[in-house]
Design a protein around this ligand. Structure first.
Ligand SMILES: Nc1nc2c(c(=O)[nH]1)N[C@H]1C(S)=C(S)[C@@H](COP(=O)(O)OP(=O)(O)OC[C@H]3O[C@@H](n4cnc5c(=O)[nH]c(N)nc54)[C@H](O)[C@@H]3O)O[C@H]1N2
Ligand SMILES: Nc1nc2c(c(=O)[nH]1)N[C@H]1C(S)=C(S)[C@@H](COP(=O)(O)OP(=O)(O)OC[C@H]3O[C@@H](n4cnc5c(=O)[nH]c(N)nc54)[C@H](O)[C@@H]3O)O[C@H]1N2
Ligand SMILES: [Mo]
Length: 756
């Protein structure tokens, strides 16, 4: 592979390193939020948009899926620094026009960084790249739909893939899956495949529902909150307010993370006067700096101790669970030296953590990407389920399982049928509309990439997201997109996926969350589902970034009409009035009866969750299941490190807001790799040295990320960290989690070579 980093990403010379911070948010958070807003939107627009975030009559923050408190209890500023950045990124006053595309060839744009591409502003009109052309040129909407229809009709249904990113509303997502399935395929890969798929697989196989079992109220009432593999200070900042509230009521917090993340150590609440000054609240009562991939062993060890101490909720185990005997046998044969090797933690620390579980009357375990993107992710999350079952911590106030979702509607999209498997309600939908629907499983993200690479998928359609940059094995991902006859991206902002075009490529610009959506029947709202199964409306108020934009619902409905001209599905009626879409959803998706009425109430409604609501487990046996896979953590060869890829404080996935990672002390650069000082000494590499990261995988293909500056950092021994998407070149396509097929972007074996 060419050893060349994109032009203005070679910033490691300018990068400045300072001491990592020991607390998160507070006054710097507020000023950073306002500055980000004013830079992009100006003062008036900043005030107008930021005050509407997450209000009952406003729009849902596109930042993350953390829930809002009930309407009466919301603060007037129910947003955080990073939510403000997400809004500013969308509500920016900068525009990408046809003149911009005339000025820059696609190859020239491909040389630019993700940061630069995003900085150019909002997309304003549909653009096409014709076969062989080196520029994008304008195209009318009708022509764009006709062109897509021509390609989709020429292909067999399974030769197309329909990707979705988790910002898409319920209404757009439901129509999109309906369109893909009416066209004839379940090829519906989505960002969830790279995100919480492992959680969904682990939970549905054990408690019978693939979603978390707690509400925000439970968080406030918990006696112990365990935060594993998650960096809420950056990625779910509003969660810190909930943790602070829980602490105020006496809860303890246990953090499990290879990195000492500032937001878990101490919090200064920017929404309370005393949070702006002063020291703030210490958060974690205990911090386990675990090795990457050590959590399965940790939770098995905690369970073994709880059983040895007799801290088991016998009546829950007897009444509601299955598989306990086999699981007990696995605990009895626990190999403590193997636990020490996997976790890197002394037994005393594990015992102290287990005592916190034993002492707690109501425990919640929260987790995110630190657990889901590794080979043994599903088994690890199941180990957490085991511990919660042992203590009877499901379906009890203040207790439960809490996978903290990423994209603001990623959970809702799955509820709406964005899934490579046919949802259980598909036959009902098919019958109601009198349209046949495919029953065979489709491609997930990794399978779609392989199929595109090998020419089995010829047309790629992306509803949001940035497939080229978010996916693993960048060289393969780019080749896969380029191999398509047609790529179509429905987007708000310019990104990497647009500059890695198929033979023909379309950019279809759409409205964002913050913008007014007017259709034939009048102004529309859309709905979303948060991480805790609460469904509510979202209504944008800003004037659209350009008069040529269409809503995602319009784009899907018009595309469907162009591709399926004979279709008896009333696409035009859905587009004209989103209530018609909600009526259809209410008729087929469980939990959505009376959708329109219930979602129109302030704060919306919460979907049923039998384990949470009634301790009912919709598994085949009707019981929650203990499970026990083998404990065989990945062995890292001598002289190699286990590399994880994380988000900086200045990015939203592949959208790079800026080049600082304030809490970790990184300024004006992103090509850095954090390594433990003892590992550096052992490897004979100096702090500040320039290295290439080279990943090692069975296929012996060289995957190299050049020119990273080494930062000596207190990560767990043997574990390094760097940022994605820059590091995605290192993640082998075939290295995925067992059971969920999620790329192992938190677990890459690498060696560091001096840059030449
Ligand atoms: N501002 C902002 N907000 C976001 C996003 C964003 O990019 N920017 N992205 C959104 C999305 S889509 C998602 S999915 C979420 C992601 O939210 P997070 O999961 O918080 O995101 P990451 O930055 O990937 O952080 C992973 C954390 O897991 C830790 N970790 C890594 N490996 C292990 C391990 O083996 N064991 C344990 N115990 N910990 C480990 C890392 O040190 C890090 O603290 O955030 C959402 N919110
Ligand atoms: N190495 C590594 N790779 C990872 C991860 C990791 O931790 N490490 N995390 C994974 C995770 S958790 C996720 S969720 C994926 C994210 O994968 P994606 O969801 O595909 O990527 P995003 O960066 O969130 O997508 C950003 C783009 O979405 C478009 N967009 C923004 N708002 C809207 C909108 O309202 N409508 C439409 N149509 N488009 C919009 C913009 O054009 C923007 O450029 O990445 C995954 N990749
Ligand atoms: Mo995610």
């Amino acid at each position: 592979m060419a050893k060349q980093a994109p032009r203005d990403d070679i910033d490691e010379r300018g990068v400045r390193i300072t001491r990592p911070e020991r607390s998160a948010a507070g006054l710097p958070g507020v000023t950073h939020a306002l500055r980000a807003g004013i830079d992009e939107m100006g003062v008036r627009r900043t005030a107008l948009t930021l005050l509407r975030i997450n209000q009952p009559d406003g729009f849902d923050c596109p930042g993350c899926a953390w829930p809002e408190p009930p309407p009466g209890k919301r603060s007037h500023t129910e947003f955080c620094e990073n939510g403000a950045k997400a809004v500013a990124e969308e509500a920016t006053l900068r525009r990408v026009t046809r003149e911009f595309f005339a000025e820059h060839t696609i190859d020239e744009l491909a040389e630019r960084t993700d940061h630069w591409l995003g900085q150019q502003g909002r997309l304003t009109e549909p653009m096409v790249r014709r076969p062989g052309a080196d520029h994008y040129t304008p195209i009318s909407w009708d022509e764009a739909f006709a062109l897509t229809a021509e390609h989709l009709r020429a292909a067999a249904p399974n030769e197309a893939a329909f990707y979705t990113s988790g910002r898409t509303s319920n209404e757009a997502a439901f129509l999109y899956q309906l369109f893909a399935r009416a066209y004839g395929t379940n090829n519906l890969p989505d960002c969830s495949n790279m995100c919480h798929e492992s959680s969904g697989v682990a939970l549905s196989g054990t408690i019978g529902v693939g979603k978390g079992s707690v509400t925000l109220d439970d968080i406030h009432k918990a006696a112990l909150i365990v935060v594993v593999g998650q960096n809420p200070g950056t990625n779910h900042p509003r969660m810190l307010s909930a943790l602070e509230e829980a602490k105020r009521r006496g809860a303890k917090i246990l953090a499990v993370n290879p990195l000492p993340e500032a937001g878990l150590i101490r919090f200064r609440n920017p929404q309370k006067p005393r949070g702006l000054v002063g020291q703030g609240t210490p958060l974690a009562d205990r911090y386990l700096q675990i090795r990457v991939g050590g959590d399965q062993a940790l939770f098995r060890a905690i369970a073994a101790l709880l059983v040895a101490w007799g801290s088991v909720d016998e009546s829950f185990v007897d009444g509601h669970t299955g598989g306990y005997e086999e699981y007990r046998a696995a605990l009895d044969s626990l190999d403590w030296p193997a636990v020490a090797a996997a976790t890197g933690l002394p037994r005393g620390e594990i015992e102290a953590a287990a005592r916190m579980f034993a002492a707690s009357s109501a425990t919640i375990v929260c987790w995110a990407m630190g657990l889901t993107q590794q080979r043994d992710s599903v088994a690890t999350i199941r180990e957490i389920v085991n511990v919660q079952l042992l203590r009877g911590m499901i379906g009890r106030p203040g207790a439960g399982l809490c996978p903290v979702r990423g994209h603001s509607n990623v959970q809702g999209d799955r509820t709406m049928g964005i899934w490579h498997e046919p949802p259980a309600w598909l036959p009902a939908l098919s019958e109601r509309l009198g349209v046949p629907m495919p029953a065979e499983r489709g491609y997930d993200t990794v399978e779609a990439l392989r199929a595109m690479r090998d020419g089995r998928v010829r047309v790629f359609v992306g509803l949001g997201g940035n497939f080229a940059a978010a996916t693993p094995d960048t060289a393969v991902a780019h080749a896969a997109l380029r191999a398509c006859a047609l790529t179509v991206h429905v987007s708000t902002k310019l990104n990497r996926s647009h500059v890695v075009p198929g033979e023909t490529a379309l950019i279809l610009p759409c409205l964002g969350r913050t913008e007014r959506d007017r259709q034939l029947s009048g102004d529309q709202f859309v709905t979303v589902e948060d991480s805790m199964s609460a469904v509510h409306s979202s209504r944008g108020r800003l004037a659209p970034a350009s008069s040529s934009l269409l809503s995602e619902v319009s784009i899907v409905a018009r595309l469907a009409q162009a591709v399926l001209p004979e279709s008896t599905i009333p696409w035009a009626a859905y587009e004209a009035d989103y209530r018609a879409v909600r009526e259809l959803i209410g008729a087929v998706v469980p939990g959505f009866a009376d959708f329109e009425v219930r979602v129109s109430r302030p704060g919306g409604f919460t979907l049923p969750h039998p384990p949470r609501d009634r301790r009912e487990f919709p598994t085949p046996s009707g019981k929650a299941l203990f499970t026990s896979g083998p404990l065989a953590p990945i062995q890292v060869p001598e002289g190699r490190l286990l590399l994880q890829t994380v988000r900086s404080h200045d990015q939203y996935n592949t959208t790079i807001y800026g080049l600082d990672d304030r809490y970790r002390g990184v300024h004006a650069g992103r090509r850095v790799v954090f390594v433990n000082p003892d590992d550096l000494a052992q490897l004979g590499i100096a702090d500040g040295a320039l290295v290439d990261l080279v990943s090692e995988w069975d296929d012996k293909v060289e995957r190299r990320a050049p020119d990273f500056r080494v930062v000596s950092y207190p990560s767990a021994r043997g574990c390094a960290a760097t940022y994605f998407p820059e590091a995605n070149v290192l993640v082998p396509l075939d290295s995925t989690a067992e059971g969920s097929n999620t790329p192992t972007s938190k677990q890459i074996i690498v060696r560091l070579e001096p840059s030449g």
